[in-house]
Design a protein around this ligand. Sequence first.
Ligand code: HEC
Ligand code: HEC
Length: 303
Amino acid sequence: MRPRAPRLACLIARPVLAMAIATGGGAAAQQATSAAGSAASGAYLVRAAGCIACHTAKGGATFAGGREMKTPFGTFYTPNITPDKKTGIGAWSDADFDRALRHGTAPDGGKYYPVFPYASYALMTAQDASAIKTYLFTLKPVERANRAHELRFPFSMRILMRGWRMLFFADTPLKPAGKSPEYDRGEYLVRALTHCGECHTPRNQFGAMRESLFLAGNAEGPDNELVPNITPDKKTGIGDWAPDEIAELLKSGESPLGTDVGGAMREAIRDGLKFLTEADRKAIATFLLAQKPIANKVSKTKS
Ligand code: HEC
Ligand code: HEC
């Protein structure tokens, strides 16, 4: 299959969210405390969060990186995240990993580019991030040296990310709305783990997601693809869909019209969303249908 080449503009992080420091969600409380339980939930979370698609090159070893991501700013090559001590993250401490995944900061203090969707992962609980690390460290180390990104000046200057973060990065986990366990779980999945908004929300000129149009569709998604409005607006969104129809699409890729979704959505389902439990797919549907309908027709010809 053709590797997806998400555009930086699509994958750049969300704008500052008006969120208070979270105290940890219900899902976190259910996390098993034993290392084995943690690794099992880590395997599930890695699927939900789509780590595999980005960190695996075409024909390459899983998680060994090297996938090419073409963006208007240049080409990124994802790093090796297997526990190889020399070329992967095998020498990283738990704190190093948490700082990378939830705070976008490398062990040497450098700031990551938001093409690594850490602005969504920042909304994750510490427990879930830790389970992901436990799982990754049970895997076989693969020796594969990282390839340097090929970015255009001035984007090649990592230091620019400091300014971007000050403007657009809210470094706080998600505070559960407390509406219902199903709604809260759905919000956590959509915003933090499965990061639907990274593709389905349009961007401002700095590439940050426009929170007022959260999930209302994006004319310039990965590969310059059109990404539909998935707010419950009856005309331009998915307001006519039943919860089961949304859950079914996330599992099989089939829409209520009997057609198969394509592009980046097909890949997101194949590598991750189809492995979600029935309960989690339903929670996503519950959350989506409870959002404010936003009338926004997404089309290539700008009016
Ligand atoms: C949309 C693609 C994408 C997804 C999804 C993604 N990553 Fe990455 N990741 C990247 C890119 C690109 C970089 C390099 C960023 C940079 O150099 O600034 C990166 C960097 C990293 C790093 C830093 C490695 C190092 O050597 O410094 C870690 C750790 C990491 N990702 C883990 C994960 C995990 C775990 C997941 C899933 C929860 C994940 N990534 C999901 C694209 C992605
Ligand atoms: C990597 C980008 C990406 C991510 C992440 C993503 N989507 Fe999509 N989604 C797309 C694209 C592109 C399409 C259009 C596919 C097509 O044209 O066939 C789409 C289509 C859909 C549709 C069909 C809408 C319609 O009107 O036919 C639904 C529903 C949907 N996505 C829900 C979700 C949900 C829920 C999530 C998070 C769990 C999500 N998507 C995550 C890119 C993405």
